[in-house]
Design a protein around this ligand. Structure first.
Ligand code: G1P
Length: 293
């Protein structure tokens, strides 16, 4: 299999679950502590060896492109005030990777957003990272674990973790064909957001994929599915009938930052993990009277 060098980050959603915050600010720019969620996703890709990233956006999301570009006025101001630390901080973001963007002109679903990356990707396997899922694993990012599995087993790989049955209706769920080892299974089918009784397993796809370029022809002929949208899950299910698709139960703590509680939990955990904020955060948490709350 060719080297995996490119990644696609679909980020054209309306963020309706986070209104009113997302009326004028893309949900991908909402910060966990002081870093926008999309930056964590880009960092995971870059740390995994991805060289080129395409963000699929829409017309109201130009600030995401600005975030990864140079801001000369700001840099000049930081130079003048001798604020070397912040200068390096903002410059590092723009030097992180080659980031491109394309607009999804119609909101027709995740599968359609990935299809918008077709000419950028060409004939190479590629990674897809969804901004609603932040995965923390300092040794090896989730997408790197999938990239290694894709190279080793020569197929597409979706990133999964086991979830509670009552939550299967929120995710793409895989049907297992064969267990390869304790972390990898071969996939026979996938179902987008099934009812618990219709779910083929409790292995949910959590925002990480490595896909062979063959996926594009499936996406092109994909009819609308759940929510009347072109679903990536449905196209991968068809791909799995014809070619090898695996699921990798990746190691790492996953935060569903597209959900309010997941977002709040991430704020607390990430603050606790920061040496400059840890003690103050503990003090706040200790001061909360849970009995009267
Ligand atoms: C999308 C995918 C779904 C996947 C989920 C994971 O759903 O369609 O298969 O399990 O992301 O984060 P969404 O959460 O955008 O509705």
């Amino acid at each position: 299999m060719k080297k995996i060098r490119k990644a696609v980050i679909p980020a054209a959603g309306f963020g309706t679950r986070f209104l009113p915050a997302t009326k004028a600010v893309p949900k991908e720019m909402l910060p966990i502590v002081d870093v926008p969620t999309i930056q964590y996703i880009v960092e995971e890709a870059v740390n995994s060896g991805i060289e080129e990233i395409l963000i699929v956006t829409n017309s109201s999301k130009a600030c995401m492109e600005n975030h990864f570009d140079h801001n000369f006025e700001l840099e000049q101001k930081l130079i003048e005030s001798h604020d070397e630390e912040r200068l390096q901080l903002v410059k590092a973001i723009s030097d992180m990777a080659n980031i491109y963007s394309v607009r999804q002109k119609n909101p027709r679903g995740l599968g359609h957003a990935v299809l918008c990356a077709k000419s950028f990707i060409g004939d190479e396997p590629f990674a897809v990272l969804l901004g609603d899922d932040i995965v923390v694993n300092r040794e090896k990012g989730a997408i790197q674990q999938l990239m290694e599995a894709a190279q080793r087993y020569e197929g597409s790989v979706v990133g999964v973790q086991s979830i509670a049955r009552e939550n299967v209706h929120k995710y793409g769920i895989v049907a297992v064909d064969e267990t390869i080892n304790e972390r990898i299974v071969k996939v026979s089918n996938m179902v987008e957001k099934p009812k618990p009784e219709a779910a083929p397993s409790n292995l949910a796809v959590l925002g990480r994929y490595v896909l062979e370029p063959a996926i594009f022809s499936y996406l092109e002929s994909q009819t609308p599915g759940a929510g009347n949208e072109i679903q990536l899950t449905d196209a991968i299910a068809r791909l799995a009938h014809d070619r090898s698709v695996y699921a990798c139960d990746f190691e790492g703590v996953r935060y569903d930052v597209g959900d309010k509680i997941g977002f709040l939990k991430a704020q607390i955990d990430f603050a606790l993990d920061r040496p400059d904020l840890h003690d103050a955060m503990i003090e706040i948490l200790r001061g909360i009277d849970l009995h009267s709350a």
